[in-house]
Design a protein around this ligand. Structure first.
Ligand SMILES: NC(=O)c1ccc[n+]([C@@H]2O[C@H](COP(=O)([O-])OP(=O)(O)OC[C@H]3O[C@@H](n4cnc5c(N)ncnc54)[C@H](O)[C@@H]3O)[C@@H](O)[C@H]2O)c1
Length: 277
């Protein structure tokens, strides 16, 4: 896909970080834009800023972990603009709990999988059939992470492996059909966003009152604070879409990580343990 002007973009997790940078880039491309986020105030502020810059934009309060909410997002998109050409399933949350994987609580798994995995699945279920029915050119980008390519760590890393696998399934199932709709999976590493305060949006019923907190500073903190600006991720993403590239990541660090993982798999040797995700 290489002509964006006048087309319709939908972005989840659009009120902050990578989602907001994607929204800015869509607006700069002359697209009509639907911003979806669970946080009302930053969502409203983002809509106002894009509108002030001349973009045709709406905001839709959305919880991607809820199928009905994402279906309403699709309805609102089609009511407002009659189509969706570029869909970013980007909303995601991060949380770490010190300790091994068997000590992550059921609520940790439910929250992180609810947003990171079910959020992507809900996006596909609500948008792909509509995009195919339109017969027009379209593209979906699912935001995974470098954490979806290294040996899985916490529930976050495991959830991002699922996003990579879902995206690979989407790619092959779209490729088997004669359709103008394609897809990419975005695997960034260390981006300067609000991801470390993701627990601000954790539903009450999924908060554990005992045990260690899952938010707050983590060993990743320094790398996120000094990480890439989100605008670079948006630029790399658009470059990837233009090239019809499936795997998208900016920079060389991820190349080494992927190579090391597959070298170990091919050598049937034990995984290299990395302090990620
Ligand atoms: N920041 C990084 O270093 C990094 C690295 C790799 C991947 N990612 C991924 O990038 C994506 C965007 O994260 P970010 O770094 O921009 O973080 P961010 O916290 O700055 O932005 C995430 C946005 O998602 C929204 N959100 C959270 N729960 C939601 C829900 N249930 N429904 C709808 N919206 C919800 C938040 O309100 C926020 O606006 C995530 O999928 C994340 O896992 C981030």
């Amino acid at each position: 896909m290489d002509v964006f002007s006048g087309k319709v973009a939908v972005i989840t997790g659009a009120a902050s970080g990578i989602g907001r940078a994607l929204a800015d880039r869509c607006a700069a491309e002359g697209m009509r834009v639907v911003l979806a986020d669970i946080e009302q105030a930053p969502l409203d502020a983002s809509v106002a800023e894009l509108r002030g810059g001349g973009c045709e934009v709406i905001g839709v309060l959305t919880d991607v972990s809820d199928a009905e909410s994402v279906e309403q997002l699709a309805q609102r998109t089609y009511d407002a603009f009659g189509n969706s050409h570029l869909v970013f399933n980007n909303a995601g949350v991060f949380g770490t709990r010190p300790g091994p994987i068997w000590e992550a609580t059921l609520n940790d798994w439910r929250w992180i999988f609810g947003v990171n995995v079910w959020g992507v699945l809900h996006g596909l279920r609500s948008f792909v059939p509509r995009m195919l029915a339109s017969g027009e050119e379209g593209w979906l980008v699912n935001t995974a992470s470098m954490g979806g390519l290294v040996p899985g760590g916490s529930p976050y890393g495991v959830s991002k492996h699922a996003v990579v696998a879902i995206s690979e399934a989407l790619y092959s199932h779209l490729s088997e059909r004669s359709t103008l709709v394609g897809c990419s999976v975005l695997c960034p590493i260390y981006v300067r966003t609000q991801i470390l305060s993701a627990a601000r949006n954790r539903p009450h019923e999924l908060v554990d009152t005992d045990g260690p907190r899952v938010d707050g500073p983590t060993r990743l903190g320094g790398r996120i604070e000094t990480g890439q600006p989100p605008s670079e991720i948006a630029d790399a993403t658009f470059e990837g879409i233009r090239r019809r590239q499936f795997y998208i990541w900016p920079g060389d660090e991820v190349d080494h990580i992927v190579k090391t993982r597959f070298d170990h798999i091919l050598a049937r040797s034990n995984p290299e343990v990395r302090p990620f995700s």
